[in-house]
Design a protein. Structure first.
Length: 225
């Protein structure tokens, strides 16, 4: 291992330890059904958690099963999830995704992913209409507890600012890189902890560097001094 690689590995390990020490080893409080997580992932695209939650709750109120959602008129479904934004596109994606799962599996069920390794499961999910790496990773982490790191806007911002990944990395490249450099003991909690840090401290505007426990290891903070 080169000296620079060793130094970066130590930095990653230190940041992981600091994040775990401050935010814990949480993944999620309860394991949600895989189909629920998948649809929530679609609804979360280009919106915040509050609007996604409202849309999902309304969806579950209006339709008893995912089969009912698949059978619903696209316009009606769009109105049900209007609060999530881009609701016409998301309604189309939800119906197309459910239809593909029904055709491939014979039912609206994702239990077959349990028998696949993580890479195979990622390939299967991202081959579905409208499902990108982030949504696929959300399903694999929050339902199947696979060691994978979904990269949302908070994870992406914090990872680049502190210097876990280069500043010019895409979300997709950030996800692949984080999964290759983050130590296994903190892999499952890394998404949650980076999201928490992005919301509470390393905000998009006016980051709270003065109270940040990562500042002595942060590339961004170093540029300010």
């Amino acid at each position: 291992m080169k000296k620079d690689d060793l130094s970066h590995s130590r930095k990653v390990a230190t940041i992981c330890d600091l994040l775990t020490g401050n935010y814990g080893e949480t993944v999620v409080k309860s394991r949600r059904p895989a189909m629920d997580v998948l649809v929530q992932g679609i609804l979360s695209q280009n919106t915040n958690d509050i609007n996604m939650g409202r849309a999902f709750d309304n969806l579950k109120t209006m339709y008893r099963t995912w089969e009912d959602v698949l059978a619903a008129p696209e316009e009606e479904l769009g109105e049900a999830i209007r609060s999530s934004g881009f609701y016409r596109l998301k309604a189309q994606r939800i119906k197309a995704t459910l239809s593909e799962i029904q055709n491939r599996v014979g039912r609206l069920d994702l239990r077959l992913l349990k028998r696949m390794d993580t890479d195979e499961a990622m390939d299967w999910l991202t081959s579905l209409h409208g499902i990108g790496p982030k949504t696929a990773a959300i399903v694999l982490l929050f339902h199947f507890r696979r060691p994978i790191i979904p990269v949302d806007t908070h994870v992406w911002r914090v990872a680049k600012r502190v210097g876990l990944v280069p500043n010019n990395f895409t979300r997709e490249k950030t996800q692949v890189t984080l999964q290759s450099i983050v130590p296994q003991p903190c892999m499952l909690s890394m998404n949650h902890n980076l999201v928490m840090h992005g919301r509470e401290v390393c905000k998009a505007r006016n980051p709270r560097c003065e109270v940040c426990f990562l500042r002595s290891h942060c590339d961004y903070y170093e540029t300010l001094h």
